[in-house]
Ligand binder design. Sequence first.
Ligand SMILES: Cc1cc2nc3c(=O)[nH]c(=O)nc-3n(C[C@H](O)[C@H](O)[C@H](O)COP(=O)(O)OP(=O)(O)OC[C@H]3O[C@@H](n4cnc5c(N)ncnc54)[C@H](O)[C@@H]3O)c2cc1C
Length: 382
Amino acid sequence: MLEKHQLEYREKIRAFALEKIEPVARTLDDDQRFLNEHIKPMTDIGLLSMLIPEKYGGQPIDTVCYSIAVEEISRVCGSSGITVAAHNSLGCYPVLRFGTDAQKEKYLTRAAQGELMAFGLSEADAGSDAGGTRTVALKKDDHWLVNGSKCWITSATKAFATVATTKTTEDPNDREITAFIFDKDWDGYSVGKKENKMGLRGSDTAFLHFDDMKAPLENQLAEIGQGFKVAMITLDGGRVSIGAMALGLAQGALDCAVKYAATRKQFGKPIASNQMIQKKLADMATEIQAARLMIYEASQMKDAKIQFSKQSAMCKLFASEVATRAAATAIGVLGAVGYRTGDYPAERIWRDVKLCEIGEGTSEIQRLVISRELVKELGDKI
Ligand SMILES: Cc1cc2nc3c(=O)[nH]c(=O)nc-3n(C[C@H](O)[C@H](O)[C@H](O)COP(=O)(O)OP(=O)(O)OC[C@H]3O[C@@H](n4cnc5c(N)ncnc54)[C@H](O)[C@@H]3O)c2cc1C
């Protein structure tokens, strides 16, 4: 059961999403256009500072509310959902959790004012095996010298700063990885061409290149050698937000299917009166509610500071697969018009949702995480 403030928050964000974002969701996708005009209203309503303390200008909320926000935005527009989720969970959170006071003051204050942050973990040869990073930062007298590239970076074209992992050793056999915050306006920092994606086309995704880039020593985030841990802890929270994004997309698919089934007539009656259609809608709704409860549970565990790696991987895995099924089922319920681009959101959702089974660890990797946690829980009982 949601608490009163959470229900009220849901109403507020739902109204915002319907008024501001739903009307342009289709054109963002059609034109591969970033949601520039949404940044100011999103900032004002607090969507870009949900995890940032008030002293840095944020509008902090609990993690259940955060998941609700990502769900409600994604319910009408996946591209906007991933932009919000990546900024908060992947850009801001590691600074909040591991940053010095000076780093928080410098970066979170700007982030709360609506300047986006990004997260650079993936590389061309280090995807699922994120510890295989080849980007390297070597300590010189008064700076780090950084060389390498990060790929698939959400909001790379827009972000004023990126939290990124690099090796901090030249030894090819040593996986010493350290986290940093890199600023877009430094010499040697450049953004690659925007990716042409099948879905989430209103979200900018691109390479980041670091070419003899000098990073000040104070931009190291957490201890040397702790970068992989920083990334994994960041992903624990991020996966809940990808779960919430999948949930919103699934709910959007259900909304579309129910509305259509109730109004589309064949054989002289609404198709919703056929038991086979009813089964599809009922199964979608039931799975979606189960995913929602898993996301709420993981969110509550995060706030209660209970280890939630397993629950976070489970809710992302389950919600993503539920959402993929929901999108395909919705297209089936709509028939031919579900297959046509534009009229109904089902096909856009179907294209958008696939990312949820890939980003922040594929479904295979979530299963590895879950099974690893299960064995860990067994501990010394074996
Ligand atoms: C739209 C989008 C946005 C993204 N945003 C970001 C971002 O902001 N920051 C960032 O750092 N990254 C981002 N990513 C990258 C994303 O996190 C990676 O794509 C993901 O981790 C998978 O890596 P990969 O694509 O290299 O796949 P690979 O690792 O090459 O995997 C390919 C296939 O092999 C499987 N596989 C790999 N290893 C195993 C194994 N041990 N056991 C079983 N199966 C395995 C995978 O599950 C997958 O099916 C984004 C990606 C996309 C598409």
